[in-house]
Every structure is written in structure tokens, then in C-alpha cells.
Design a protein around this ligand. Structure first.
Ligand code: AMP
Length: 447
């Protein structure tokens, strides 16, 4: 199968060739013809599979081909009427998807913009005033624009929910429902809906039932699952010697680009300082950093100006860094599934990556949970000089501001969620999935 056979226009093929893609990935070969045909889809695919091009290319083609509204169409009150909306859970993912839309659409005359929170709204308003066909947005800021009268969704032709499971995980379901209520009718002659999710919880199925019209179900094998593209190693080490071991590994093996995960924002900041003292340039990315600082950190890391990016889970969602060779779990995540998301940052788009976990005695339960999820043991390597001291006893894991150890099994964080009935991050316990994937507000605030 080649891109030419998928029915894409010359302008899009040219952009694809410029990216150096020779063959469509499985999600692209399956999704592109179906989307071009105007069908709704429910796609099981995670980052790293090429899903962004899988929905962006046909979306661009459909908008380009269909008779369109006037460029920069506005309502009587001046609100920008967009034609396609791509909703993403995080700012970073929105920025990346926005880049993809601009890249693949560079030979078409469609206009796109990206809006997310954490930055001033005025420039976004100006961009909307100039007219936008395709908007990539995070849910909260999108609703801010609607309520300010700068954006109108009543003529939307295509809706994409990207990483829908993460949006639900992050408590965006109410915002999503509000957004859906603002859209025109769905169905074959109306709006087209594309839902992408790495997992299919009951909540996702429920959302799919309300949103999608006889969707085509597309599922592709995970390209960057633990087993395939990522070499994984556990280094047992004492809690107090992790930083020393990390610096040793980076220095002795001359790693030049390393993404490091900590459990907490505070832990990320502290590690950056310590690495700096070891002469390793590092920068932190987490929820307490301004959007400008997060963007700068990511760009410095991508350009090779800093060697190490130290991230918490939420800040790292959807990061797409080409050919990232090394991911280090400085601390194991509290939620086993997050291990897969973390190590999925490497071994992307067919490259081989290495994922290293520094595991101290406190984390043995977490490691067991992860290995149960992977259905196999991760190879273990004890480095001479860093052997764990058998005299050290396990201690409860500190989770930043709410040092309470890991979430008790079976509680699924519901209590924590209930106790914080604030708007955006609240999820009703009625909707809490049985799998325990939901992130508690405790781990959210720590990240
Ligand atoms: P995504 O899953 O959309 O985040 O894409 C993951 C990575 O795969 C991105 O760096 C894309 O540039 C890259 N990519 C997407 N499509 C292809 C393709 N057909 N061939 C090679 N790389 C691709």
C-alpha cells in the first residue's frame, strides 16, 4: 500500500513526501480511505502509530474538496465559524497536532490555528478574527472563546477527539459534553466525527455511542508497545543513590537526549538542580511551569540545547520527539498504565529505544503492578558499585504535596475526586471506570 493508492490529492502527497514518509502506517492505510468517504470512525490507536497524519490528511482533503464557506467566515456578531475542530487533552499535544496540520496542509489554502490555556487569550482572539478553518484546541480554552463570543461551532463539518481516553482521564468529560451541545447535527449528511483513543473503557464506549453515527471501527496493533520497539531494563538501586546512578549512566554511556520521569513537580525541580551540579544540562517540564516555560523547555530539549528533560506524567502527555533514544523512570509511576505511556515516548515510528527504570526497595509493589500489566518480567541489571544495601527498609512513597503513598488498590481515587468538586477536573464517581485507570486529583496535583 502506498500513499498514492489512498486517494490523497497531489498537494497532500507532496507534503507527505517532504516529510520523508514512504509508506502509510497501518492506521493511516485503514483510516484515510474511510475518512475520505465521510464515515465516522472509532479508532484504537495511540501516539507513535502515525494517527495524527491518519486523521489530518483526509480531514484537509475533505475540507479542501467540499464547497466551503467564505474564507474567515463569521457570524453576524463577528464570531469565527470554524469548519473542523481537533480537541486534544494537553497543550503540548495541541501544539504538535497544530504543527502537523500546518505541515501537511502547506500546499492548500486552508487556515489553521491552535488555542490552549495558560497563555494570553488576546493573540488567539486576533487569530480567530482573521478567519480559521481548522482549529486545534484544548477543551477549557475552547469554551472560554465560545463564551466570549469569539468562536462559533454551529457550522462545524468535522470533529476529531484525539486521545479521548486521556481527556476523560483528565476530567474533561463535562467540557466535552458542553462542546458537543454546541455542534450542528451529526450523521452522514451532517457533521463527521472521528474518535481516537488508546483504550476502550466503558466511558469511551458511552461517549462513542452518543457521538458517533454507525462508525467504522479501526484498531491497529500498538506500534510502540513495551514488547516491540523498546528495550527495557530495571536497575535496582537505593533510593538515595538514584541520582548518582542516573548521572553515571548518562555520562558513561554518553547519552545525549534523555527524557526522565519523576512522580512529582517538586521531585522534578530538585533533580534538575542536582543534575546541573553534576554538569548535566537539564530542564523540568511540569504543571507548575508557565506555558511559555514548558514550550521553551521542550524546544531546548528537541534542539539539543539541553541534554535532559525531567518531566512529570501529565506534562509529558503526547510529547512527540523524533527518535528519542532514552527514557528513564527515575521513579516508577503510581499507576501501572503510565509506565507504558512513559516508555512509549521512545521507540517511536519504527525506531528502537531504551527505557530504564531506577527502582528502589520502596517501589517493589509498583514494579510488580507494571510487570503484571506487561505480563512479563522486565530484565534486571545490578550495576557494580550500585548494589542495593540489603539493610535498607522500604518506606512509604511520597507523592509531593499530598504525601500519602500510592492510591489504595480498589479505591480508584474516587474519594479524592469527590472531595474536589471544582469544575474542569471533576469527574463523577458514577463514571469512574472499573479498571482503576482514573487518575486521582491527588496524582494530578502532584504532577
Ligand atoms: P503520531 O502517532 O501521529 O504521534 O506520529 C508519530 C510519529 O510518526 C511522528 O513523528 C510522525 O512524524 C511519524 N510518522 C507519521 N506517519 C508516518 C509514516 N507514514 N512514515 C514514517 N513516519 C511517520
Amino acid at each position: 500500500m502506498s500513499f498514492e493508492n489512498l486517494g490523497l490529492s497531489a498537494e497532500l502527497l507532496r507534503a507527505v513526501v517532504e516529510q520523508g514518509y514512504t509508506q502509510p502506517t497501518p492506521i493511516q492505510s485503514q483510516a484515510i480511505p474511510v475518512i475520505l468517504d465521510g464515515r465516522d470512525i472509532l479508532a484504537g490507536a495511540q501516539t507513535g502509530t502515525g494517527k495524527t497524519a491518519g486523521f489530518t490528511l483526509p480531514l484537509l482533503q475533505r475540507l479542501h474538496r467540499k464547497s466551503r464557506l467564505e474564507p474567515g467566515s463569521k457570524t453576524g456578531s463577528g464570531a469565527c465559524q470554524i469548519r473542523a475542530l481537533i480537541l486534544t487533552p494537553t497543550r503540548e499535544l495541541a501544539a504538535q497536532v497544530g504543527e502537523s496540520v500546518a505541515t501537511y496542509g502547506k500546499y492548500l489554502s486552508l487556515k489553521s490555528a491552535v488555542i490552549f490555556g495558560g497563555v494570553k487569550i488576546n493573540r488567539q482572539i486576533q487569530a480567530l478574527r482573521k478567519g480559521v478553518d481548522i482549529l486545534v484546541a484544548t477543551p477549557g480554552r475552547l469554551l472560554d472563546h465560545v463564551s466570549q463570543g469569539t468562536l462559533d461551532l454551529s457550522r462545524l463539518e468535522i470533529l476529531v477527539l484525539d486521545e479521548a481516553d486521556r481527556m476523560l482521564d483528565m476530567g474533561f468529560i463535562r467540557d466535552i459534553r458542553k462542546i458537543l451541545a454546541l455542534l450542528p447535527a451529526s450523521g452522514r449528511s451532517g457533521r463527521q466525527n472521528l474518535l481516537f483513543s488508546a483504550t476502550f473503557s466503558n466511558e469511551i464506549k458511552k461517549l462513542a455511542d452518543t457521538l458517533l453515527d454507525t462508525p467504522v471501527l479501526i484498531e491497529v496493533a500498538r506500534r510502540n508497545t513495551a514488547a516491540e520497539a523498546v528495550m527495557q531494563i530495571v536497575y535496582p538501586v537505593d533510593r538515595q543513590r538514584k541520582r548518582e546512578l542516573l548521572s553515571h549512566l548518562v555520562g558513561s554511556q554518553n547519552w545525549q537526549q534523555v527524557l526522565v520521569f519523576t512522580r512529582t513537580k517538586h521531585g522534578a525541580n530538585r533533580l534538575v538542580k542536582q543534575l546541573d551540579q553534576d554538569g548535566l544540562s537539564a530542564v523540568a517540564i511540569h504543571g507548575n511551569k508557565s506555558q511559555a516555560a514548558r514550550t521553551r523547555a521542550l524546544s531546548d530539549f528537541k534542539q539539543g540545547r539541553v541534554r535532559m528533560l525531567v518531566a512529570t506524567d501529565i506534562a509529558a502527555r503526547g510529547l512527540d520527539i523524533d527518535q528519542l533514544p532514552h527514557v528513564v523512570n527515575f521513579e516508577l509511576p503510581n499507576i501501572a498504565e503510565d509506565y507504558n505511556h512513559r516508555i512509549g515516548r521512545t521507540g517511536r515510528a519504527g525506531n528502537v529505544g531504551e527505557a530504564i527504570s531506577l527502582v528502589c526497595i520502596d517501589e517493589h509493589r509498583l514494579l510488580q503492578d507494571i510487570e503484571r500489566l506487561l505480563k512479563r518480567k522486565i530484565p534486571n541489571r545490578v550495576l557494580a558499585g550500585y548494589e542495593p544495601d540489603p539493610g535498607i527498609k522500604a518506606e512509604p512513597i511520597q507523592n509531593g504535596s499530598n504525601a500519602g503513598g500510592r492510591r489504595p488498590s480498589g479505591s480508584q481515587g474516587r474519594g479524592a475526586v469527590r472531595s474536589q468538586p471544582s469544575s474542569r477536573h471533576t469527574t463523577s464517581s458514577r463514571n469512574a471506570p472499573a479498571s482503576g485507570r482514573r487518575r486521582s486529583s491527588r496524582s494530578r496535583s502532584a504532577a
